[in-house]
Unconditional design. Structure first.
Length: 435
């Protein structure tokens, strides 16, 4: 059978972004989406902002990619169609004020070698001068180039302030994920302040990584708010997931702070939109620069860029000068992790999985600490929620047309035939290394 739904898959991907943005805006309540009408505007969408295919907010490799152009590539998602769907309210989390049962604060250790090493971990959604969501997505090359320049300008302003404050070394870690170790980071090398250098490492911070970096402080640039905060591009690792640790709903930059806190490294500076500032109420010692005011998930009111950069330099300098007054934030152990799926994502397929408690579209489990594999486990659960949500939208969209229903039926038949052929020795799977 010749597959002719490739174009529709892009439209289905766009529907994922549409549903997420409408939930973030409050235009739709969970579970109220009508049967698939792809590319429809939600009530507050007067500009028809979604006119292209969807790309992940973060472009780190995920468990299952969504860019599919042929029938056999649809199988991975279509297998999830046996999973039921469900939408319900988010679990109640603690008030913004963190208590001592959730985390422990301590003073940073003294620098023994006289050096002052700072790690900048940057994202790409909380930039100054940025109100177009396409500027942080590589699928829109010309817009992304603009985003790269905005990112470089923000990071360089912070670097300037860090060195003015007394930093002796500044490393830049791309945690937006557009670049690869062997490829190009989101900040082109020629645009980065030559006094700083790119570093490439795993986002799962281990004792070995922390020892090799030997950092005295962590800085976040271009950060965004958490899922449900109504911020610009608000999300937690990917669209449709909320991360709760020890009862606290947290942002990505807080997760970074708690990861590095395991090794005595304090978060001292962050830049992002106004909702991100509100999310970081539990980190009152940090210097924060508001880059813009969020209007919705896809729009923002901008501050003058020169004004923002001047404030970045000033506050980055202060952050370094006051590093001894900062706090190292560590989560109490063991760490209770809850991942809550927010529409259009779903975690129904994990119901009953050993070692996890399921309820209200959430899974809860325990980690010994945030060291080693804890980040990877969180990433895997979030990825599952997103893939399952895509599969449900794919099913809804294909079921709406005779051609789509035929494809769904053919896919099930193909799955059975392929299993028969493999068990009979008549079919060999493609290389596991093929992308």
């Amino acid at each position: 059978m010749v597959c002719s739904v490739g174009d529709n898959l892009d439209r289905i991907g766009t529907d994922v972004l549409h549903r997420w943005a409408c939930v973030v805006r409050g235009s739709h309540a969970p579970g109220t989406f009508a049967s698939p009408t792809v590319n429809r505007p939600c009530e507050s969408d007067t500009n028809g902002w979604l006119n292209g295919p969807r790309q992940r907010i973060h472009r780190r490799p995920r468990l299952v990619p969504f860019a599919m152009t042929s029938c056999h590539q649809c199988v991975g998602l279509l297998i999830l169609l046996l999973i039921g769907s469900g939408c319900s309210r988010a679990p109640e989390s603690r008030s913004p004020a963190a208590d001592t049962t959730a985390r422990v604060l301590s003073s940073p250790g003294r620098n023994r070698d006289g050096a002052l090493r700072i790690l900048i971990s940057h994202d790409m959604e909380g930039l100054s001068g940025q109100a177009d969501w396409r500027t942080f997505l590589t699928r829109f090359p010309e817009h992304f180039k603009t985003g790269q320049r905005l990112l470089a300008d923000d990071v360089n302003a912070v670097i300037d302030g860090l060195f003015a404050g007394g930093a002796t070394a500044v490393d830049v870690f791309d945690q937006h994920g557009g670049g690869t170790i062997a490829g190009n980071p989101d900040i082109p090398r020629e645009l980065l302040d030559p006094r700083a250098k790119h570093v490439f490492m795993s986002e799962a911070i281990t004792a070995d990584l922390a020892a090799r970096g030997n950092y005295d402080a962590l800085v976040g640039v271009g950060e965004h708010s958490k899922t449900g905060s109504r911020g610009f591009a608000a999300h937690s690792m990917d669209l449709g997931a909320e991360i709760v640790v020890n009862g606290m709903s947290i942002t990505e930059v807080e997760l970074k702070a708690y990861q590095w806190g395991e090794f005595g490294v304090p978060l001292i500076f962050v830049s992002g939109d106004d909702r991100t500032a509100q999310d970081l109420v539990n980190f009152p010692w940090i210097e924060f620069v508001v880059t813009k005011r969020a209007v919705g998930a896809d729009s923002a009111e901008l501050r003058p860029v020169a004004e923002v950069h001047a404030e970045m330099r000033e506050k980055a300098q202060l952050a370094v000068q006051n590093v001894s007054k900062a706090k190292v934030a560590r989560l109490t152990r063991p760490v209770t992790v809850t991942i809550h799926a927010v529409p259009p994502a779903s975690l129904t397929g994990l119901r009953g999985l050993p070692g996890m408690r399921f309820g209200d579209q959430s899974v809860t489990y325990t980690e010994p600490s945030l060291q080693d594999d804890a980040f990877t486990h969180i990433d895997m659960v979030v990825a599952r929620a997103v893939v399952e949500g895509k599969a449900l939208i794919l099913h809804d969209s294909l079921s709406a047309t005779p051609q789509g229903r035929a494809l769904l039926s053919a896919t099930v038949d193909t799955y059975w035939r392929r299993w028969f052929d493999y068990e009979s020795g008549r079919w060999t799977p493609p290389s596991a290394n093929r992308h």
